[in-house]
Write a protein that binds this ligand. Structure first.
Ligand code: NAD
Length: 339
């Protein structure tokens, strides 16, 4: 162990396979002697009038107090009159950036084996501002909002991330040739921020070309920074490039370093309670969390044990083409941890 005082982190075990994979992460963290104390938060079955959501005030306060958390997937309740869980978290915690590292996993064969990129998506505005109206029958107007404040904030996060993680380049993705004002402002802000980071290479790329470059030569990319809609699409494209849902972690970043990490996948209702879920995406989200609070030694050790276990190929879950259950895969990871 690092000998550090334990850090308290919020844990949402979530729904569906969420509790199964959360338990495995807790188990692996314990085996690795990570100095973390979990503040477990269960999302209620009733709407909290203070939040107008199933996410209660206490749930939110836990993250606001600890400023760091790990979240398993949550089932979206169907019904009207309340806010979706993820929207509540994003708005109340002001999670303005979504970060997804995409790393080729040795031993899990995909079309490319040399991908190591990170997508950073602006998460509060753009096409997702929710401002739509019908002007006259048959004509709808949908507003795309781009502000200097939000664009600069996400660009600063991208460059700080690049610096902290020893990355060499940031690519701003845009369509400023068509959306001259909106995307024009976005890249202007990125360009201004880039001038404060002379050691990091900066480039701009039009989104359609970016898609073609990603599927034909993904290794050219390092950190990518983009407005909301392009980020939504491109981050999923990148998850597909490295082998999909069971493997992809993500982080949601708020002001003053608050962060809530989560697997990209959902609650996998078709395999709940069958010991089939792959805990990798949740575990690697935990690894991101450790790096965020500067527990890098523990993060590196756990990541290595997980990747080595996949590379060895003896104890893979079904989604990776193996026959092992969640628990045996977890045991193998614990066995691969070095002291
Ligand atoms: P899903 O990701 O749950 O499942 C899609 C497919 O991938 C399924 O076949 C599933 O078995 C498989 N899969 C997903 N994660 C896996 C894992 N860790 N290991 C092995 N296989 C895995 O997507 P869905 O079916 O569209 O959504 C189910 C529920 O999850 C919905 O209620 C949805 O709202 C919710 N959801 C939540 C989040 C979140 O909380 N962030 C994200 C996406 C979906």
């Amino acid at each position: 162990s690092s000998g550090r005082e334990p850090v308290t982190a919020t844990l949402f075990p979530g729904d569906g396979v969420g509790p199964e994979i959360s338990d495995r992460v807790v188990e692996i963290f314990e085996a690795a002697k990570v100095p973390i104390k979990w503040d477990v938060q269960i999302v209620g079955k009733e709407v909290d009038p203070r939040t107008n959501s199933f996410i209660s005030r206490e749930n939110l306060d836990s993250v606001l107090k600890n400023r760091i958390g790990l979240k398993a997937p949550m089932a979206t309740p169907i019904g009207k009159g309340f806010r979706s869980l993820n929207l509540t978290l994003r708005k109340e915690l002001q999670l303005y950036a979504n970060v997804r590292p995409c790393l080729s996993i040795p031993g899990y064969k995909t079309r490319y084996d040399n991908i190591d990129l990170v997508t950073i998506r602006e998460n509060t505005e753009g096409e997702y501002s929710g401002l739509e109206h019908e002007v006259v029958p048959g004509v709808v107007e949908s507003l795309k909002i781009i502000t200097r404040v939000a664009s600069t904030r996400v660009a600063e996060f991208a460059f700080e991330y690049a610096r902290k993680h020893n990355r060499r380049k940031v690519t701003a993705v845009h369509k400023a040739n068509i959306m001259k004002l909106a995307d024009g402002l976005f890249i202007k802000c990125c360009r201004e921020v880039s001038e404060r980071y002379p050691e990091i290479e900066y480039e701009e790329m039009i989104v359609d070309n970016t898609c073609m470059q990603l599927v034909s030569r993904p290794s050219q990319f390092d950190v990518m920074c983009m407005p909301n809609l392009y980020g939504d699409i491109i981050s999923d494209l990148c998850a597909g490039l490295i082998g999909g849902l069971g493997l992809t972690p993500s982080g949601n970043i708020g002001t003053n370093g608050l962060a809530l990490m989560e697997a990209v996948h959902g609650t996998a209702p078709d395999i709940v309670g069958q010991n089939k879920a792959n805990p990798t995406a949740m575990l690697l989200s935990g690894v991101m969390m450790l790096r965020h609070i500067n527990l890098s030694k523990e993060a590196d050790m756990i990541e290595k044990a997980c990747l080595d276990t996949i590379a060895e190929g003896k104890y893979l879950t079904r989604d990776l083409g193996g026959k092992s259950g969640t628990t045996d895969f977890t045991k193998a990871i614990i066995g691969a941890l070095d002291d």
